[in-house]
Ligand binder design. Structure first.
Ligand code: GLC
Length: 713
């Protein structure tokens, strides 16, 4: 640091982007800026010759010799694509997140990428938001486990290992709370909510050693996250003792002009630098203004040194000073058999069975199935959002997985793509349906209909999928709806037309084989909903860990809009919190997911009716597999704090265990409750554990289960 000039310090805070489509020689100007130490990192350099050349210039020709770090969005796979992150959360298995991240890092580092912009840890309570697809779901406990898995997976056990990839916890913070589910929109979160719900996954990322964070596009309570001293200094540095570096999200520094808190890019740079935003992605406000800001005394040299030290510390920890060059010996080991196997395994465990009448699934041997629908053979779409480097010709689609199988009766897309309104293929589809025993309809969303900037106000099946499904159902053949989408899809209009519903999210490269194994019963679907599944978009935001309100919805007094007497007197309706048309319950609750068996919960017990903050309370329940095949159940533990200084959620997930049970087998599942499970941040912004009455629920999802009460003394 002491040897560095002001320009070289500023250079470290600049991340340069270049289009990954640049062909031919590197622009001389770009090379010169590296030679002069005016860049500290690069984004999206996907030509390994460029990576090698730029690094050589930085290390051997620049005065400081400080190595570059190369970054890319490697969110759920580099070449081998895993299910989209909301699908990985649906596995309720931190190990799957860790494995997906580790494989992503092995593949991505082989082309010189040592820093990924993942995991995305934004709690999401609104399925209209396109980036719910990338999220860890709606729950802070599940999200925190995923955060740890991803960070440890990407970074590995040794940061100096060539396969170690710096993780980036993003987007700090509250991005998923954008008003109306409209991406980039206004975020207002009162501080206890921010600390109790949105912060925990980021705290878990710091505890797991995440080397970098990314700020968010949105404002938080009036101050954009990118210039927010409360978030970046008080919370992230002072409270969480984070000592890596924070990068802006794309142009979020200069977007503070659009937000209206900076009159120009220079003031935006000042706000960001003072808040502790260490590195600016692509928008060059630092590069063009920091020198003047320091010389004018608006940004102190001490503050600039703080930014630069954070960046150098990460490069040092990653061993880039000792080994700056790409590890050429590890030629790109993409699509290794074990990588593809891990991706298929993740997809199987991510799929959530929402309905299965008459046990239409798994498809009985001897039955002939018709594969129909716009996602039955859509190799690009099944990869989902943020698959910059995934290759669709490596995808194995449901058609490819089924077509040589004994079950296969034929295939028709029925529609050219998910939004198609043409009916020209209906005839062919219906004829095929009539010739088969079971219809497997693969519907949902094209990949582009979720992800960044792709929020939807109506989250029904796009195009005329509902119409085609109704026509197919009219054939009288059993019909299975397989949904591939980046969000819960409202299926209220057609749920009664189909016999089974399987949510496959966007399952990735191996979606086809995974679906084959699940639909034919080789494996059962392992997923449980990581987000609440709404009946209609009008219910959004909708989430399980809601407050009780002074007038909680009450099924005994609820009167549906169709049952309201004409001329009813205003006060004759149940005055509780509900919609008179959509009621007050989700279509499927958080944690929900059927298996190919059934489970019964009995004999919930607690070790004592009271506990103190020094004690541990043990709660146990018996779980029986009442079905006729081996199966696995995710037994979930929720608590409810009945009386707090602040109002408290009606349920909070605090633990879960996946248990495998043979047909007829019963196991006792025990949980240990400690004061950590009862703690929350109240209006004093301190973490407190308040004596009083609590309820503990153990069950298969956030709306069912057995209850036991205890008093915290
Ligand atoms: C995008 C996204 C962010 C991503 C970055 C770089 O706008 O918000 O998640 O990592 O820019 O692509």
């Amino acid at each position: 640091m002491a040897d560095m000039t002001l320009e070289e310090k500023i250079g470290q805070t600049a991340m340069r982007g270049t289009s990954s489509r640049v062909k031919g020689a590197l622009p001389e100007a770009l090379k010169q800026s590296v030679r002069e130490g005016r860049a500290g990192a690069f984004l999206n350099v996907m030509n390994t010759d460029y990576v090698d050349e730029l690094q050589r210039i930085a290390v051997e020709e620049s005065a400081s010799g400080i190595p570059l770090i190369f970054a890319r969005d490697i969110i759920h796979g580099f070449k081998t694509i895993f299910p989209i992150p909301i699908g990985i959360s649906a596995t309720w298995d931190e190990e799957i997140a860790r494995t997906a991240a580790r494989i992503s890092a092995i593949e991505g580092t082989s082309v010189g990428i040592r820093w990924t912009f993942a995991p995305m840890l934004d709690i999401a309570r609104d399925s209209r938001w396109g980036r719910i697809a990338e999220s860890v779901g709606e729950d802070p406990y599940l999200g925190s486990l995923m955060a740890r898995g991803y960070v440890e997976g990407f970074q590995g056990n040794d940061l100096t290992d060539p396969t170690s990839m710096a993780a980036c916890a993003k987007h700090f913070i509250g991005y998923g709370a954008a008003e109306g589910g409209r991406d980039y929109n206004t975020v207002v979160i009162h501080e206890p909510l921010l600390r109790n719900v949105y912060l925990p996954p980021f705290t878990a990322a710091v505890d797991a050693g995440a080397l970098t964070f990314m700020s968010a596009f949105n404002e938080v309570n009036g101050m954009p996250a990118t210039g927010n001293q409360f978030l970046l200094k008080q919370v992230l540095r002072d409270e969480l003792a984070f000592n890596g570096f924070v990068v802006s999200d794309w142009n979020s520094v200069i977007e503070m002009v659009s937000h209206g808190v900076a009159r120009d890019k220079k003031q935006a740079a000042e706000l960001a630098a003072k808040a502790g935003l260490d590195m600016e992605m692509t928008s060059q406000a630092y590069e063009k203004n920091l020198k003047a800001l320091v010389e004018e005394g608006k940004v102190s040299m001490e503050q600039l040194d703080f930014l630069v030290a954070n960046i150098l510390r990460v490069k040092l920890k990653m061993g880039l000073f000792d080994n700056p060059y790409r590890d050429k010996d590890r030629s790109a080991k993409f699509y290794q058999k074990e990588h593809l196997e891990a991706s298929k395994d993740a997809a199987v465990k991510s799929m959530v069975l929402l309905k299965n009448e008459e046990e239409v699934l798994p498809v009985a041997s001897g039955k002939k199935v018709a594969l129909i629908g716009p996602l039955s053979d859509a190799p690009h779409e099944q990869l989902g959002t943020w698959t910059f480097d995934g290759e669709k010709d490596k995808s194995v689609t449901p058609l490819q997985a089924f077509k040589n199988a004994v079950y296969f009766a034929g295939h028709s897309n029925g529609m050219a793509y998910s939004r198609d309104t043409s009916e020209s293929m209906y005839e062919e589809a219906l004829a095929l349906a009539n010739s088969a025993d079971v219809i497997l309809f693969f519907g949902g969303e094209e990949a582009i209909l979720s992800g960044e900037a792709h929020s939807r106000a109506n989250i029904d099946l796009p195009g005329k999928q509902e119409k085609l499904i109704k026509k197919l159902a009219a054939t009288g053949k059993p019909i299975v709806l397989v949904i591939m989408a980046g969000r819960p899809i409202t299926i209220t209009n057609i749920i009664d037309e189909v016999d089974a519903v399987l949510m496959a999210w966007h399952p990735g490269t191996m979606g086809g084989p995974a679906l084959y194994e699940v639909l034919t019963g080789v494996q059962e679907p392992g997923g449980r909903l990581p987000v609440t599944w709404p009946k209609t978009a009008g219910q959004m935001p909708l989430y399980y860990n809601h407050k009780n309100t002074g007038r909680p919805a009450d099924s005994s007094s609820f009167v549906h809009i169709n049952d309201i007497p004409v001329g009813a007197w205003q006060s004759s309706l149940g005055n509780e919190s509900h919609y008179i048309d959509a009621g007050f319950t989700p279509h499927f609750p958080f944690g929900y997911g059927l298996t190919y068996s059934d489970f019964r919960y009995t004999n919930i017990n607690s070790s004592s009716p009271t506990m103190t903050v020094e004690e541990t309370l043990e709660v146990s329940v018996e779980v029986t597999n009442t079905g006729d095949r081996q199966s696995s159940e995710v037994v979930q533990l929720y608590i409810r704090d009945l009386v707090g200084t602040l109002t408290r959620p009606v349920r909070e997930l605090k633990d879960f265990k996946r248990v495998d049970l043979e047909a007829g087998e019963t196991k006792t599942v025990s949980f240990q409750i400690t004061k950590q499970d009862l703690a929350y941040v109240n209006h004093t912004m301190k973490t407190v554990v308040e004596p009083g009455d609590f309820e503990v629920w153990v069950g298969p999802n956030a709306m069912e289960g057995l209850k036991v009460a205890f008093e915290l003394k």
